[in-house]
Design a binder for this molecule. Structure first.
Ligand code: CTP
Length: 391
């Protein structure tokens, strides 16, 4: 692919040559465009050497229509780092230098931005409003990350590392969005069942698999309703709407409300099967050595309920976490809950299951087909599941 890397004036500009090098290593052709301020942090010679092409930085130096010929040449534009200034300019239609002019001319083609700035600047309502505007125009944001910033404080504002930005390019390249996928529901994470005002029953689910599924579906072109239990994970995608809930009953309410409007649903949440029959509105006190007994009642089964609501045009996918008799148990769950597919995780497989970044699954379909994955990252597993279950 022919990629333009735009560099603006932040300290993270020193990482831009590394990004160019990685993209070239992936086989892309790269040209750079930089603002005047960027050239305070990284030199023209460096950018021209790593890209192997002249740098575009002056609107008037090399013919007044360079921004047009360069935008015709480029198939994707990445701005890394993207300062609050360039984000504000694009969101407000300002084109007063080479890069901002190129960005406004670059419509209809993928743009990725990797914001980098001080954490107070990132949190400013003007910057957040501009980011929302750009996301609504399908400009994809990678980062910023939390960590130590150049000014010495810790906070959100660090540019994502070049390898993460290069991976985002790979992701958006490999799929042509398919708007026929329509809307999909995904459930993710654990549920918390309250015991009293400070305690709950929960589980170790991180939500990583569900968030990766939401991302993979959105990347494939679907609109996604992600209903997520308590997790610190975030997702930044213009086609993903996140509803945060706490308990199984809240997840049930959110899921049953959106499912009739969806073409399909993937239920990957680790829903608590039981909840305390009563929740105290104050903190329960110890009662000496007598011990404590919690009375538990069963939660509604969201997946089974959606199985009864499902129409012929909808696809329903569940997960099964099993320790023994894995395939037979999964097959039984598929039939009992009226599913089209069940994704089996075996806890016997090292690297699969809760908390880890990897997974190994078997996808079993209603008509008996099975696809087994090797140990992959959860992102890769998510892509495999989405490829298997979507038309
Ligand atoms: N699930 C759900 N609502 C529940 C419990 C589970 O939607 N109250 C969904 C999970 O998101 C997952 C699937 O059901 O997709 C499998 O859940 P699991 O707990 O393994 O199966 P159960 O049917 O509860 O059976 P068992 O606990 O006996 O293994």
């Amino acid at each position: 692919m022919r990629i333009i890397v735009g560099i603006t004036g932040g300290i993270a500009a020193y990482k831009a040559p590394e990004l160019v090098r990685l993209l070239k290593k992936q086989g892309h052709e790269v040209r750079c465009a930089a603002t005047e301020h960027a050239l305070q942090f990284v030199t023209r010679v460096t950018l021209e050497t790593v890209s192997g092409a002249p740098l575009y930085s002056d609107l008037f130096a090399s013919g007044r229509t360079e921004h047009i010929s360069l935008k015709d040449w480029g198939e994707m534009l990445i701005v890394a780092p993207a300062t609050a200034n360039i984000i504000g300019k694009v969101a407000n239609g300002i084109a007063d230098d080479a890069l901002s002019t190129l960005l406004l001319a670059f419509s209809g083609k993928p743009v990725i931005m990797a914001p980098a700035m001080n954490c107070e600047m990132w949190a400013h309502p003007a910057v957040q409003r501009n980011i929302e505007t750009l996301k609504a125009w399908d400009i994809r944001m990678v980062g910023p990350e939390e960590g130590e910033l150049a000014c010495g404080v810790n906070g959100v504002g660090r540019m994502s590392e070049p390898d993460a930005i290069a991976a985002a390019v790979c992701n958006s390249e490999s799929r042509t969005p398919n708007s026929e996928l329509g809307k999909w529901l995904v459930t993710a994470g654990p549920t918390y069942e309250r015991i009293d005002s400070v305690r709950f029953i929960g589980n170790y689910s991180s939500g990583k698999m569900g968030f990766a599924l939401a991302q993979a579906l959105a990347d494939a072109g679907a609109e996604v309703e992600l209903v997520a239990g308590p997790t610190s994970l975030k997702i930044d995608h213009p086609r993903v709407k996140v509803t945060r809930i706490e308990s199984a009953r809240e997840m049930y309410a959110a899921a049953t409300e959106v499912f009739p409007h969806c073409n399909g649903a993937i239920l990957s949440a680790a829903v608590a099967d039981y909840r305390p029959s009563e929740c105290a509105d104050h903190k329960l006190k110890k009662n000496g050595s007598e011990g404590m007994h919690l009375d538990l009642v069963q939660n509604p089964d969201i997946l089974a309920t959606l199985g009864t609501m499902k129409t012929d045009r909808q696809t329903l996918v569940g997960f099964a976490l099993e320790t023994d008799n894995e395939e037979a148990n999964a097959q039984h769950k598929l039939e009992k809950k009226n599913l089209d597919y069940i994704v089996l995780n075996s806890l016997r497989d090292a690297g699969a299951g809760f908390g880890v970044d990897t997974n190994k699954v078997t996808i079993i379909s209603r008509n008996g087909n099975r696809k087994e994955s090797p140990l992959l990252s959860k992102k890769e597993v998510a892509r495999l599941i989405v490829e298997t279950i979507t038309p």
